[in-house]
Design a protein around this ligand. Structure first.
Ligand SMILES: [Zn+2]
Length: 339
């Protein structure tokens, strides 16, 4: 019998790839717009939620702009960080890494440090109230000049601490912009041992994955959908446990794959590649982690064993200390139902 969404909701889960600015509740964007006196599109849902299939990744990314308009104050950032953890808590996510680009929230005068502190305050309040551990991943953006990425990496490093900033990412349109210009930012992080993930193999092919690993020193890959185009990458990905942060609904929306049926996640899991399941943008993709797993259950016949493997993959590649990873895995196994 297929697992029900209620059963999946109750399972302890870990989310490694979720963007703060594409996961803001629609009603919160509306409320913040009113409070801040900002005129927003009449049809907010249409502005924030991407259609089931977009033209491409760039089209999908246009949905972030409306939310960004209201994410320019510390109160707003604190609120949306808190609410995101609340939404995760409602579906039993027990650890999450939340990412965003602080350089997109400084249009009305905040400094990047104030942005990071505001998000940290929201996450800290959620941790106190809900008991869920989280960390921030700071995103450099592919279209930004390399000097700005360097500055963003410096902020990430200055705030690198357990439960605050836990890693560095490279995001945005990989079809148009290569990762090479951002190598010095990533070298900075690598030099002091700060964890790194890179969006790759989503809108671009396997060559972007090779670049992420070899040039940027990525320890995890955002999506990595196109990995199978170059099977010579399987070896290093397995050997270094380079985790694939896959986001099934989003991957269909951005046309990284033509359909869920063609999504490689099940093939990769069978090939023993370190696969994880994530939402990417809870609002933009109109999804939850429970729904992502529900789709995989229905499409590929996943059961508790497959879900547990991917949750444990996520826990064991979280950007936290090794002993904390082991503790997270232990909690998952403790709370896992025994059918
Ligand atoms: Zn992403």
């Amino acid at each position: 019998m297929l697992l029900t969404e209620e059963t999946i909701r109750r399972l302890p889960k870990v989310e490694l790839h979720v963007h703060l600015d594409t996961s803001v509740r629609v009603q919160t964007v509306r409320k913040l717009g009113e409070e801040q006196g900002i005129e927003l599109p009449d049809d907010l849902e249409q502005a924030l939620i991407a259609p089931p299939i977009c033209a491409n990744l760039a089209d999908y990314l246009t949905r972030v702009e409306t939310a960004l308009q209201v994410l320019q104050t510390t109160a707003a950032l604190e609120r949306v960080a808190y609410e995101l953890v609340q939404d995760m808590a409602a579906e039993n996510v027990i650890y999450a890494e939340i990412r965003y680009a602080p350089q997109l929230c400084i249009r009305r005068g905040l400094s990047m440090q104030q942005v990071i502190d505001a998000v940290a305050a929201g996450l800290q309040a959620a941790r106190t109230d809900l008991g869920i551990r989280t960390g921030q991943i700071i995103c450099c953006l592919r279209h930004d000049p390399s000097a700005l990425s360097h500055e963003v990496a410096q902020y990430a490093i200055q705030n690198w601490a357990p439960d605050k900033v836990v890693g560095l990412d490279l995001a945005a349109d990989e079809a148009e912009f290569g990762g090479f210009p951002h190598r010095t930012a990533f070298r900075l992080a690598r030099g002091i041992g700060m964890p790194r993930t890179v969006h790759a193999g989503e809108a671009a092919g396997a060559e972007s994955i090779r670049e992420a690993i070899e040039v940027l020193g990525a320890q995890r890959l955002g999506h990595g959908v196109h990995l199978e185009e170059d099977p010579s990458l399987f070896g290093p990905v397995r050997a270094r446990h380079i985790t694939l942060e896959m986001c099934p609904t989003s991957n269909v929306q951005t046309r990284a794959v033509n359909s869920l049926a063609q999504h490689p996640i099940d093939r990769y899991l069978k090939l023993n590649l370190p696969v994880t399941v994530n939402t990417d943008g809870r609002t933009t993709s109109n999804t939850t982690l429970t729904q992502e797993y529900g789709k995989l259950v229905r499409q590929f016949g996943w059961g508790l064993a497959e879900i547990q493997r991917t949750v444990l993959n996520a826990a064991s590649s979280a950007f936290i200390r090794e002993e904390d990873r082991q503790e997270l895995c232990r909690i998952i196994l403790d709370r896992w139902p025994h059918p």
